[in-house]
Design a protein around this ligand. Structure first.
Ligand code: ADP
Length: 448
């Protein structure tokens, strides 16, 4: 089915990213926005704009009825959910499809399965993905947990089945502390996600976070577009991502990538997805799958030349994958820095008026951002205001270019995390690629 007008159910840089892809395909766009985002860049650029509610996301960006009404009124024939907000809401995907609007995303049943981490792990295991050793499904009683932990070996981690954003997880070092931590995990999960189901797995001491980008056509064909290394995290939030990973060989990429692609083909998965692994001592362990576009997708675009949003739109329209696996080439190296409106040392949010703005430029430098001079960053949403993505033929060249590009960025009037990135990319461990998910926080502790 041809798509002629896409409603973008999101805000900020990702709304702009989707708008750009649509325009380049000759497709019109409809921006929906809260009252706080009336002056946003993507709202200005979209062919139509509809205000759908108040600043609080519950009344606007999460307001399903308002978004569907906006789609009907504007004549949109498709909805792109971006990331966050309603992007992994199976019910919303179903409602969109019931209204005969194209959902630019995976099949609702796959969103639902992967959104439940117990079901996701079971599905991943059945599809041949390597798992973190742990319980086969939910764990009900402390006795059962103690028995399992004994088998797995301490430390173990108790995780919420409905968890997300790093919440509802407890690391357990021995049998004595297990019952208390398990009941804490349950009550935290219950209040945060309305579901106290927990499961248990081996706690890996010092892994890297490595994820594979996959794409399916929904008809049994799927490809992988290699991995991204997202180990540099603060409070389980990614700070800087790179592709390829400095520790994955071409043979490993091919082997693991094909395991992921085959799993997605078997599932009949449709659209973009990311399979996340922890990686330790040369082994991969599945932790979760995200059934949407990721913030860090541009590093994959940079090294493969595939426009992932364009691909999402094509597949939603029923077209085949634009590239076959044997046509995918991995070339060069790309790094993304997430720039947040926060103090670079304390991470205190810093919304407000951007008095001047100048984006870095030059060869192989991309800035995805809705900022402009005179824009007022609203205090209600995520603090990420820009992504700087830099490409180089080699990792060394990419880092040299990144240093140059960070130096060119000017964002005045608010605090940003640019200085954190400038310091981070000068560290020996970063330069040698020798870091794990614990490295960034340990380095920041040493720094103060
Ligand atoms: P969420 O959906 O809340 O982000 P994930 O399952 O993706 O939860 O885990 C988030 C982060 O928590 C991982 O990137 C990793 O840093 C840590 N983590 C999760 N599971 C384990 C584990 N079994 N061992 C060690 N660290 C883990």
């Amino acid at each position: 089915m041809a798509i002629t007008r896409i409603l973008i159910a999101n805000r900020g840089e990702i709304a702009l990213r989707v708008h750009r892809a649509a325009q380049e395909m000759g497709i019109q766009t409809v921006a929906v926005h809260s009252t706080a985002d009336a002056d946003a860049m993507h709202v200005r650029l979209a062919d139509q704009a509809i205000c759908i509610g108040p600043p609080a996301a519950a009344g606007s960006y999460l307001n399903m009825a308002a978004i569907i009404a906006a789609a009907e009124i504007s004549g949109a024939d498709a909805i792109h959910p971006g990331y966050g907000f309603l992007s992994e809401n199976a019910k919303f995907a179903e409602i969109v499809e019931t209204h005969e609007i194209v959902w630019i995303g995976p099949k609702p049943e796959h969103i639902r399965t992967m959104g439940d981490k117990v079901a996701a792990k079971r599905t991943a295991g059945a599809l041949g993905l390597p798992l973190v050793p742990g319980s086969d499904g939910a764990v009900e009683s402390p006795q059962e947990a103690l028995r399992l932990a004994e088998d797995i070996g301490y430390p173990v981690i108790i995780k919420a089945a409905s968890g997300g954003g790093g919440r509802g997880m407890k690391v357990v070092n021995n049998a004595d502390e297990l019952p208390t931590l398990m009941s804490q995990a349950r009550s935290e999960a219950s209040s945060a996600f309305g579901d106290d189901t927990v499961y248990i797995e081996k706690y890996l001491g010092n892994p890297r976070h490595i994820e594979f980008q996959i794409f399916g056509d929904g008809k049994g064909n799927a490809i992988h577009l290699g991995e991204r290394d997202c180990s540099l995290q603060r409070r389980h939030q990614k700070v800087l991502e790179e592709a390829p990973s400095p520790v994955i060989t071409p043979a490993e990429r091919e082997r693991m990538g094909m395991i992921c692609a085959d799993a997605m083909a078997q599932m009949g998965y449709r659209g973009a997805g990311t399979i996340e692994f922890l990686w330790e001592d040369g082994k991969f362990y599945f932790i979760e799958m995200n059934t949407r576009l990721q913030v860090e997708h541009p590093v994959t675009e940079a090294i493969t030349g595939v426009d992932l949003v364009r691909e999402q739109i094509r597949i939603a329209a029923g077209e085949p994958l634009s590239v076959q696996q044997d046509e995918v080439r991995f070339q060069g190296h790309a790094i993304e820095c997430r720039i947040n409106a926060e103090d670079a040392r304390t991470f205190v949010p810093s919304p407000g008026l951007v008095t001047s703005y100048h984006a870095a430029g030059g060869m192989h430098v991309r800035v995805d951002s809705g900022l402009y001079a005179g824009y007022r960053i609203p205090p209600y949403y995520d603090s990420m205001i820009a992504k700087l993505i830099v490409y180089g033929r080699t990792r060394e060249g990419c880092i040299m270019r990144l240093k140059r590009a960070l130096g060119e960025m000017v964002i005045e009037g608010v605090n940003t995390t640019t200085p954190l990135h400038e310091a981070l990319i000068r560290q020996d461990d970063f330069l040698s690629g020798d870091y794990t998910i614990k490295w960034l926080e340990e380095w920041m502790d040493r720094r103060v």
